[in-house]
Design a binder for this molecule. Structure first.
Ligand SMILES: Cc1cc2nc3c(=O)[nH]c(=O)nc-3n(C[C@H](O)[C@H](O)[C@H](O)COP(=O)(O)OP(=O)(O)OC[C@H]3O[C@@H](n4cnc5c(N)ncnc54)[C@H](O)[C@@H]3O)c2cc1C
Length: 461
């Protein structure tokens, strides 16, 4: 590391990576400091035996193609392909969908017998929503207006979003509308080549643009003097910079890296009420080389819960699992099959264990998952040669997110993230906040927004 840069980007999640790329493209000298030994944050992967497991590559909206093309380049956009077979299986219904407006309309009309005008009215309202609209209505209110007393329809429309960003029926309808509107329009997409290839391509692009990438580089402090950023302490070394873009957790950024003493009382009063999202658990299953998986779908939203219940989705007693199935087509030229089961969860359910209890609880999670998966892959135990589990503690450990939050903060965090630079000149935040700015598309786009603000700050100074 040099002893000064124009910009220090703290963390290499998708928001940090993108912000670093834009700043470097604009001619600024950028240090990207990541505390982990690998780039990607939550959008990461790991290798075990002959397997590669993707942690957060389950699906994103079509908007990613445009964002990748504009902010990372054509080769990234060209690798985006549709996830075609999405399956719902729960006590209320079993169906397969391509997850686009047309197919959802077909199901709502034919399977759920909702009048077509009603469905069209719902989608038209979603399409017209934007961030500046009235935010007082909840998703529950929105559903009740369009599909009164239809818990089966609510489940179809809500369950995937609860998985995707932890939102509940009692959060602002606007956040549901924007996220679901994005996903719903043209289906769900993935990155051909897997997260490993994407991150390698990103690292290459960043280096080509002159970014100094440092992994195992923990930012311990963001240095502020007289209300202005003057640099950061990275692995004990003081580094000067006029701008810091933090991709770390919003709470850590304000309270640990900067320190509350640098913020106005008014800002802090609201900030302290911001809640973090729930966390996740995952079970990774590697299929023995030479074995095959039949086509059971790409993404399976499964639940044994009688109705949609956001509390049950996060409960330690798991009733709902999303399976992502990775066929060789995701990594062309290989014969690799893996399955990742994702469950939403709470940090506190995992935090109090002794080492032995924690190990046992992880083993139980793997066993339960294998039992549940037998419904879809009856010979899973025979063909699987590697299993591993991640818990909210794992997510906290590798990303430093408080409570292992998978989607940053709830909606109320958005304004505190976006207004950070009004508190401290030169300090910007990017990364999962407010549901809208979470997920692959949300964080890439937020990385661009943060970089644009930071660029303006440096240029107009
Ligand atoms: C299990 C799971 C599945 C998901 N699946 C999907 C999906 O299918 N589709 C989708 O769109 N989204 C998905 N998401 C959400 C998506 O992955 C995240 O919203 C997005 O990747 C978060 O990016 P971010 O920019 O907020 O950074 P993060 O991923 O939160 O990364 C922050 C980075 O900052 C680093 N950092 C923090 N503090 C410091 C410090 N002091 N010094 C140095 N480095 C620091 C961390 O190590 C980390 O690398 C999933 C999330 C989870 C947990």
């Amino acid at each position: 590391m040099k002893d000064n840069y124009d910009v220090i980007v703290v963390g290499s999640g998708l928001g940090g990576l993108t912000a670093a790329n834009i700043m470097a493209r604009n001619g600024h000298r950028v240090l990207l400091a990541e505390q982990h030994f690998q780039l990607g944050g939550l959008a990461t992967y790991f290798r075990r035996k002959h397997h590669i497991f993707d942690v957060a590559l389950h699906g994103f909206p079509i908007g990613m193609q445009k964002s990748f093309r504009k902010y990372w380049g054509k080769p990234f956009a060209e690798r985006i392909a549709q996830v075609r077979k999405i399956v719902f299986d729960n006590p209320q219904f079993h169906l397969t969908t391509t997850f686009d407006t047309e197919d959802f309309t077909r199901h709502l009309v034919e399977t759920f017998k909702v009048p077509k005008e009603r469905v069209d009215g719902f989608f038209a309202e979603l399409k017209a929503m934007n961030y500046y609209d009235d935010q007082s209505e909840t998703t529950r209110g929105l559903f009740q207006r369009h599909f009164p007393d239809r818990p089966d329809v609510w489940r179809l429309l809500m369950e995937p979003i609860t998985y995707a960003n932890g939102s509940t029926l009692d959060e602002p309808a606007i956040s549901y509308g924007i996220v679901f509107g994005n996903f719903m329009s043209k289906g769900v997409y993935t990155f051909i080549g897997g997260t490993d290839l994407m991150l390698d391509m990103m690292a290459e692009e960043l280096r080509a643009n002159g970014v100094d990438i440092q992994t195992r580089a923990l930012v311990e402090k963001i240095l502020v003097d007289g209300g202005k950023v003057r640099g950061a302490v990275v692995n004990g070394q003081e580094i000067a910079a006029k701008v810091v873009i933090s991709n770390g957790s919003l709470l850590n950024t304000v309270q640990d890296l900067v320190g509350e003493e640098h913020f106005a009382a008014e800002y802090l009063a609201g900030f302290r009420k911001v809640k973090v999202s729930n966390s996740s658990s995952q079970v990774y299953l590697g299929i023995r080389p030479g074995e095959k998986l039949e086509d059971i779908g790409d993404l399976l939203f499964t639940s044994t819960c009688p109705v949609f219940d956001s509390a049950a989705i996060c409960a330690k007693q798991v009733t709902s699992r999303t399976y992502s199935v990775y066929y060789p087509s995701i990594r062309p030229g290989t014969d690799k099959y893996t399955i990742v089961a994702s469950m939403n969860g709470w940090y506190d359910d995992w935090a109090g264990y002794t080492r032995e209890e924690y190990k046992a609880a992880k083993e139980a999670l793997i066993e339960d998952t294998l039992n549940a998966l037998e419904k879809y892959v009856p010979n899973i135990r025979a063909i699987c040669d590697y299993t591993e589990a991640a818990t909210p503690k794992t997510f906290q450990r590798y990303t430093l997110h408080r409570q292992g939050a998978s989607f940053g903060t709830k909606f109320d965090g958005l304004r505190y993230s976006m207004n950070l630079h009004e508190q401290i000149a030169g300090l910007f935040h990017t990364g999962s906040v407010g549901i809208i700015m979470s997920g692959w598309l949300g964080t890439v786009n937020y990385g661009v927004m943060a970089a644009n603000e930071a660029d303006k700050f440096l240029t107009l100074r």
